[in-house]
Design a protein around this ligand. Structure first.
Ligand SMILES: Nc1ncnc2c1ncn2[C@@H]1O[C@H](COP(=O)(O)OP(=O)(O)OP(=O)(O)O)[C@@H](O)[C@H]1O
Length: 253
């Protein structure tokens, strides 16, 4: 049972994942504190997306454990549909290419999951959706279809869609990498606001400026292993040669 006052936390321990013979996650342990923004950084191909996807079982790890409130998953054993759903109910993923349903209006993209998965009354789901759309300045597009919106607007909608199910954690996989600089800035501002409001977030990004501005915690993953796990300030003042090399190799945009 969840004890009142206890800090909720998503935790993983010794997560391993291979694709064929390639070991992509080699025993990753980490904690993702609630109400905080954890940013996952690391070189290309280091396993960041695979790690993020493991957190809501879009990728099923081969072994290791995940703890989230009362939920305990041991990936070495079969995971039941009920456990899978319980984890999915607590998390919501925002993809790099937003992945909106092209044949549904913006309003329906946002309300589909609350209504059909979470059984929220239609009227309530639509009121919530309009409120979210107003917050991002896109309520006038409620009845439009995704292809009538720019990439930046669609990404704002996909964040609304993720928020509409009131997840405990939002997972974001390079949410701005497919956007023009102006749209990128708008999305980053939106995420910074959410971070300030205490929305728990875990985000994979190459944008070190966002990490500097909005992260509470940094997880630096290299070659399927955690190279650094700690507070943002410690990361950016890190004396580890590898972290320095990584930061020098990336221009702070
Ligand atoms: N479904 C899959 N099948 C086979 N190999 C995969 C699969 N998903 C990822 N990989 C491989 O796992 C490795 C890590 O991929 P991953 O996308 O997790 O890295 P990343 O750190 O997010 O990379 P990037 O920063 O370039 O997006 C890569 O070599 C990739 O080709």
């Amino acid at each position: 049972m969840y004890e009142r006052g206890r800090e909720l936390m998503l935790k993983i321990n010794e997560i391993k994942k291979s694709f064929g013979k390639k070991a992509v996650l080699k025993g990753i342990s980490a904690k993702f504190p609630q109400g905080k923004t954890t940013v996952i950084v690391g070189p290309s191909g280091s396993g960041k997306t695979t790690l993020l996807r493991s957190l809501d079982m879009l990728v099923t790890p081969d072994s290791g454990t995940l703890d989230f409130d009362d939920l305990h998953l041991d990936f070495a054993k079969p995971i039941s549909n009920k456990e899978n759903k319980e984890l999915r109910d607590k998390t919501s993923m925002v993809f790099q290419n937003w992945n909106l349903f092209p044949n549904l209006t913006i309003l329906k993209n946002i309300t589909a999951s609350p209504i059909f998965v979470h059984h929220v009354a239609k009227e309530q789901a639509e009121t919530n959706a309009h409120n979210l759309l107003k917050e991002v300045g896109l309520d006038e597009y409620a009845d439009a279809y995704p292809d009538e919106l720019s990439g930046g607007q669609q990404q704002r909608i996909s964040i609304c869609r993720a928020l509409a199910v009131k997840p405990e954690y939002i997972l974001l996989d390079e949410p701005t990498s497919a956007l023009d600089p102006e749209s990128e800035m708008m999305i980053l501002k939106m995420l910074e606001r959410l971070a300030k409001e205490g929305q728990s977030m875990i985000m994979v990004t190459h944008n070190m400026q966002f990490a500097k501005d909005a992260a509470d915690k940094i997880l630096f993953v290299e070659n399927g292993e955690v190279e650094f796990d700690g507070a943002k300030d410690a990361f950016f003042s890190q004396s580890s040669i590898r972290v320095k090399e990584f930061l020098q190799g990336i221009s702070l945009k």
